[in-house]
Design a protein around this ligand. Structure first.
Ligand code: MG
Ligand code: ZN
Length: 350
């Protein structure tokens, strides 16, 4: 072969390898708006001068949320389907319908040498975060769920739920245990800013963190800090699960205004994730929900505003939306089952 044709072949090879490599995501960020259906987000969009960062994401799919024994799921079975790729029974955490433990995408990422993180505004042992790091038959086993944080699968976790670690029925102090495992344990935003390492446990409240108007930008700042720590000198990438937890709890209360605040904060966190992904170029961002809460609909009040109507104080069975950006995001389309979210993300994850 002539020198030029060798060069052409080499170049073509390199381009195809590069094109292939670009389809895989080094980093994955999953943001779950608990209880966040179409109406909740549209309400957030209207309240935010007709803008949502989530609405700028290029690929979407619909996700059917039923679990194995109920038409209307809960956050345990809903979270487990997304995190572990199998539908399971109501209240299950990281186990299948027969209560057999199943690996989550966070655990698989860890096994592949990636760093991992969990950020929530509820209790870090609550159903959604637990689905990514624990394996118990019932979401109410929250002190058992706390013990799974001592398996060192989650490098950075922050949220509420301090009492699961230091006010336990078994009398153990898991905060000391976390420190023994090398965690910097912090209890407020300032202490979080002062951390130095890539192994952080942030326990900012005994139970849930306060609502957005009281807690301020702590979650946005926690997300920014976590992304930079997970990414620091990191060749293998990371997996991060972020939850807008209290969209669900406020929808349970049918509290429209408070819910809008939670959506505003969640959407700002999506912006932070998207900004990171756009700069990085190797990050898949997936925004979804485990189910819809409140059966919210939006009626016209005849004037300018919207008139929210709730049909329940519990969850509903209507499909939720998946929004995606980055390598592998194009595989989100059509109407899928919630557990297929796992398959599509795992296919994209390098
Ligand atoms: Mg939740
Ligand atoms: Zn709920």
């Amino acid at each position: 072969m002539k020198k030029t044709s060798v060069l052409v072949v080499a170049l073509a090879l390199l381009m195809s390898v590069t094109a292939f490599a670009q389809k895989k995501a080094k980093n994955v960020i999953v943001l779950i708006g608990d209880g966040t259906g179409l109406a909740q987000l549209y309400a957030g969009y209207e309240a935010n001068n007709h803008f949502l960062n989530i609405y700028t994401m290029p690929h979407t799919a619909l996700s059917k949320t039923s679990c194995t024994n109920k038409r209307v799921t809960d956050s345990g079975a809903g979270g487990t389907a997304i995190a572990c790729g199998q539908k399971t029974h109501e209240y299950a955490i990281g186990v299948d319908a027969n209560d057999k433990p199943i690996n989550s995408m966070l655990e698989i990422a860890k096994q592949r040498g990636k760093r991992t993180g969990i950020l929530v505004s509820c209790d870090v042992c609550h159903a959604t975060p637990a689905s990514f790091m624990a394996h118990v038959p019932n979401r109410n086993m929250m002190e058992e769920i706390a013990e799974f944080y001592l398996q060192d699968n989650v490098d950075i976790f922050m949220g509420g739920g301090k009492k699961r670690f230091d006010q336990r029925k078994d009398g153990r102090n898991l905060i000391d245990s976390l420190k023994n495992h090398g965690y910097e344990v912090v209890f407020n935003e300032q202490e979080m800013f002062n951390t130095k390492t890539q192994k952080i446990a942030g326990l900012f409240a005994e139970n849930y963190m306060p609502l957005f108007k009281e807690r301020g930008n702590i979650l946005q700042n926690a997300l920014t800090l976590t992304l930079s720590r997970l990414n620091q000198n990191n060749k293998k990438g990371f997996f991060l699960m972020f939850e807008g937890s209290q969209i669900d709890s406020k929808a349970h209360d049918n509290d429209y205004e408070a819910m809008l605040g939670e959506i505003k904060d969640f959407d700002e966190c999506v912006r932070i994730a998207l900004d990171f992904a756009k700069k990085d170029g190797n990050t898949l961002v997936v925004v979804t929900a485990d189910h819809e809460t409140g059966g919210l609909t939006i009626n016209d009040d005849g004037k300018a505003g919207t008139m929210p109507k709730w049909s329940t104080g519990w969850h509903t069975g209507v499909p939720v939306i998946i929004y995606a950006y980055g390598p592998g995001s194009e595989n989100f389309h059509g109407v899928i089952e919630n557990n297929e979210t796992f398959d599509i993300i795992m296919k994209a994850m390098k």
